[in-house]
Design a protein around this ligand. Structure first.
Ligand SMILES: Cc1cc2nc3c(=O)[nH]c(=O)nc-3n(C[C@H](O)[C@H](O)[C@H](O)COP(=O)(O)OP(=O)(O)OC[C@H]3O[C@@H](n4cnc5c(N)ncnc54)[C@H](O)[C@@H]3O)c2cc1C
Length: 451
């Protein structure tokens, strides 16, 4: 009787899981393993850790329905995986490819100790498969997207009838209630809800007050649903649906950028911007982290992040831009903060997007493009509903005043119960001045590098 191990990592599902399908087809008996690795866990905030544990409990339930269990072990996978292989007599470990530099080092070490079969389940097209005609990776999104769209998918994997092993390991520690319903069922519910709005996604996706985006980012990160399943349910028959699928292509573009340029985790992809003289401003960083900058749109986003582990994409862009451009604080500080607190934190997506905002990455916004946090607020939260939800001390302000309380007439502030620098801070920096300062600092950085 042949035994195979499926080492689950960020593919916590049974449906459309190539590693699971291949192992259940190739072996008589399959052991489902998850390793709670202290290293990535130490970088995760409590909301993401609780969500991970809830996903593991859901996966365990799904395996119980098939007569098995999820074997959860604590420790360094480089030691644990070979131990499990030795004790179970497994012939091979099946896993889905991961592209973070840490995952690649870890998987290479495991692959040197035991037989590993690598599958591709995190992306629609295997990372590295979409290249230019000359075989080079794309650095610009639009041609990548065109090639990505024109490439047909691999067929859906068919599983086999292996017995699922019922081994119990260290167990999943009890988690606090997660911020969203976990598991394949939770993801399926969000996908169903998306169908109500997806035909207007192109018009509504930038509106944090409407909250009509999919909220599937954490599901895609943990792998509770496959991107192929999402894309096949949504299809491309309306502009809204096509706009949605394009975002999945961004996800795959950034996975590819990280795989090709692992150094971007810590360095600007455009090295000329590593010479920008960032400000050392711990107080400014703290005010940004806590949502006390005095710019309501930025503060609303940063508070939403701390309370829920998620922030709307438009607000992520504006909040990130505020840190990098208005405060001129190194994007790496912001990237680390988001990585700790986002429940969907994903190294490739986070670094790629931070470098996009900072103007330092692949196909990034030009460095002189600086989001105006007040204009963005007026445009994308026109009635101030999003601000009222997350900055309750400004709820009493009417109309336009909520977007820029310092511009409101004293009587309007008093009527809204707002006392600047008492109930809510004044802006910590003047946006027009900060914009000029940032552009000058970027220009100087480029000149230094060019010398
Ligand atoms: C500074 C910054 C940091 C970010 N960090 C992360 C991160 O760590 N993890 C993460 O998954 N996303 C990140 N994003 C991208 C984006 O904000 C989230 O994917 C999105 O807000 C998740 O909400 P949703 O699932 O409702 O998105 P939807 O609008 O419903 O989009 C559908 C899916 O497309 C993908 N997607 C959407 N926008 C982007 C994008 N800009 N880049 C790459 N993929 C995208 C996501 O997988 C998302 O679930 C970041 C964006 C910024 C500006």
């Amino acid at each position: 009787m042949s035994t195979g191990v499926v080492w689950f990592r960020s593919d916590l599902r049974l449906a459309d899981n190539p590693a699971w399908a291949a192992a259940t087809a190739a072996h008589d008996r399959v052991l489902a393993l998850f390793v709670l690795d202290p290293r990535p866990l130490s970088a995760s905030g409590p909301l993401r850790t609780d969500l991970l544990l809830a996903h593991l409990a859901s996966l365990d339930e799904a395996l119980v329905r098939q007569g098995g269990r999820l074997l959860v072990r604590h420790g360094d996978p480089r030691t644990v995986v070979p131990e499990v292989v030795a004790s179970s007599g497994a012939e091979a470990v099946h896993l889905n490819h991961d592209v973070t530099p840490y995952a690649i080092r870890r998987d290479t070490a495991v692959g040197a100790a035991v037989a590993v079969v690598v599958h591709h389940g995190r992306t629609i097209h295997p990372v590295g498969a979409i290249t230019t005609a000359g075989g080079a990776p794309y650095r610009v999104f639009t041609p990548f997207h065109r090639a990505w769209e024109a490439t047909s998918w691999e067929p859906w994997p068919q599983g086999g009838a292996a017995t699922v092993a019922g081994e119990v390991g260290d167990g999943v520690p009890p988690a606090a209630p997660p911020v969203m319903a976990p598991g394949e069922a939770g993801a399926a519910h969000r996908l169903e809800r998306l169908l109500e709005h997806v035909d207007r996604y192109d018009e509504e996706r930038d509106r944090p007050d409407l909250d009509h985006t999919s909220r599937l980012s954490a599901d895609l990160h943990f792998g509770a649903v496959s991107p192929r399943l999402v894309a096949s349910v949504i299809g491309d028959r309306t502009p809204g649906r096509r706009a949605f699928i394009r975002q999945l292509a961004w996800r795959e573009f950034y996975a590819q950028v990280l795989a090709t340029h692992p150094e971007t985790l810590v360095r600007a992809l455009r090295s000329e911007y590593d010479a920008v003289a960032w400000r050392d401003d711990p107080g400014g960083l703290e005010a940004w982290q806590a949502g006390r900058t005095g710019y309501p749109f930025v503060d609303a986003g940063m508070r939403q992040l701390l309370a829920t582990g998620w922030m709307h994409n438009r607000v992520r862009m504006v909040a990130a831009s505020f840190l990098v451009k208005d405060l001129l604080i190194d994007w790496r500080h912001g990237e680390r903060w988001f990585r700790r607190h986002l429940v969907d934190a994903d190294v490739g997506q986070n670094v790629g997007n931070w470098q996009w905002v900072a103007g330092t990455g692949a196909d990034a916004a030009p460095y002189f493009r600086v989001f105006n946090p007040v204009t963005q607020s007026r445009r994308f939260d026109p009635d101030g509903d999003y601000l009222r939800r997350w900055v309750p001390e400004l709820r009493g302000l009417d109309g336009d005043a909520i977007h820029a309380p310092w511009e409101a007439a004293p009587l309007d502030l008093a009527a809204g119960g707002v006392v600047l620098d008492d109930t809510y801070p004044s802006p910590m920096v003047d946006h027009a001045m900060a914009r000029e300062r940032a552009i000058a600092a970027y220009r100087r950085g480029r000149t230094i590098r060019a010398r």
